[in-house]
Each structure stands twice: as structure tokens, then as C-alpha cells.
Write a new protein. Sequence first.
Lengths: 230, 107
Amino acid sequence: MRLTTLDQLIDARQQKRAVVLITNLQDGTQSLYFQDGAVAGTALTEVQRSLAQQALQSNQYLLAENATLFLQPYNPPLRLIIIGAVHISQVLAAMATLCDYQVTVVDPRQAFAAAARFPDVELNTDWPDAALTALLPDARTAIVTLTHDPKLDDPALRIALQSDAFYIGALGSRKTQQARFNRLAEHGYTEAQQARIHGPVGLDLGAVSPAEIAIAIMAQITQCLHRRTA
Amino acid sequence: MPNEDILQTARTWAQQGKQLAIATVIETWGSSPRPRGSQLVVDASGAFTGSVSGGCVETAVITESLAVIRSGQPRILEYGVTNERAWEVGLACGGRIRIYVEPLLSH
């Protein structure tokens, strides 16, 4: 690898620009294929361009052309948007960071969304629907609502359901889930659309403490991420 | 350690004037400790960061990397299951991996 290629790769990562590193394993030459179709380094054939697109979309490393071409996708980091700066969120934010997610905690209640409670986590004190709209959740984003307050959770879920987020979870008992289902139905969200919401949130581990519930949620997010791409 | 941090480390080391090789897992068969795409960066003194296995073949990969740094030519390494010769380099888990080792060229 040339140092200039390494620089371009790191710069693209910092700009959150999706890029694929394509290596010819026979002669060591390399190219970078950017999401917008731009190419740096050795020119690519049409077939190689479509392989690069495939690598980005699947987020999988590919070995192609009789094992002479290796494609390494570098997608922007996975994101987790947590609605509610509550006790569970403090633990969940830390766990998700360890799992390489870029975490944003949204809560307009400033006493909750205090930097002292969430060191090193991006905090957003806008209303959840405005915050989520601005954050542009995509297919590499997970969204979890944890406030327990329909005033805050519902607007977030309405935006989440319009996005491509790979995971949507909502805290609340089965009874709470039913009540929320009815409220979202009034807003025109069908049963099929609402089926995307995982609630009660998290894998059924019998979790009790905030940390245990965070484990259950992080485990379910991980499951959805890999079942989807497997 | 995520791969992007490994790339950062590679750049930092290169800026310090170190000569480097980057090893990347390009193919795995059966059970293997690290997935495709896992990376390791080595400098000419043998210092390294990252991993391409659970520690099973790193020593051998580092030795090969030093040769790649000297020659400036990439090479492909392959490791399989450890056989009865206990001192042979291999994977105790029974898998097989192929690793691409390339020099970092400053020009």
C-alpha cells in the first residue's frame, strides 16, 4: 500500500465517506472506490466497480476474480440513537461504544441529558422527532426509545418507522406496547409497519437491573445486525 | 481494536519514519479465530498492533512481514491446522487462513 492511499483511506473515514479498498493480490496495486463512484489509484473495470458496490452494500469483504482481487469495504460506523437519557442509557451507551457504535443520546430534559451523566457521549437536547429527522438514520443505524413517556417516545418512533434503521426497539411492558400500538395506529401506522418495533425491548434474558437490560438490548441489536447481513 | 485504529497507527508509525508491513486476512476456511479483513501492522523492529488470529500464527506472520519490509514485495501466506509436530506454526482450532502481507510504500 502506498502512503498516499493510506492517507486517502483515513481521510474518507474521518469524513464518514464510504469507500472500498481494492487490492490486486498478484501485483499489489490498489484502488479506492468511493460511494459516489469516484476512483483513486488503478482504474477499475465495470465488473470491478459493481463488485465494489456489492462490498459496500453487504459490508462484506470479497475475494473475486479467481482470488486475485480483494475488496475491503469501509462503511461509516454503525450508529445507535437512544431516546431518553435514563439509567439504562448510561450503561447501553458505554456498551454500544465498545461494540464500535457511534452513540447519540437524545433527551430534551436537560437534567437527564447532562454531560456529567454521559461522559464522552454525544448528547442532543432537541425534541426526539426533530433530533431524529436531523440525524438521518440509515440502514446502519439502530434506534431505541427508553423514556417510557409517550410524549417523547412516540414522536421518535414515528420518525424511526419512516427510516431504513436496521433496528427499532421500544422499552415498555406488553400492556404499554399495546397502548402505543393503538396510538401509532391512529397516526396511520399499520400493523406491518409497527412489526419492525422490538418491544418489550431486548432479548428475553429475565433482565432486571439497568445493566442487565442494556445487555439484553445490545444482544438483540447485534442479532438483528448479523441475521440481516448473514 | 477496530481496523481503522490500526490504519491510524500505521500512519502514525509511518510519520515517525518507520518502515511497515500490513497483514490482512483475505480468506478463511472452517473455524478461524479472526474473520476476513482482520489486520496487523508490523514495523521493522517486529513491534506490532492488531491481530490476524488468536495469537496462533502472529509470530510467523511477523517474521514474514519483516521479509516483506526488506524486499518491498507483497506475499501471500497460508496456515492450516497444527499437525502432530507441536512446534509447527498452525491453528489449533482446525481452521485454515490465508493472509496477504504488503509493504507500506512511502513513495
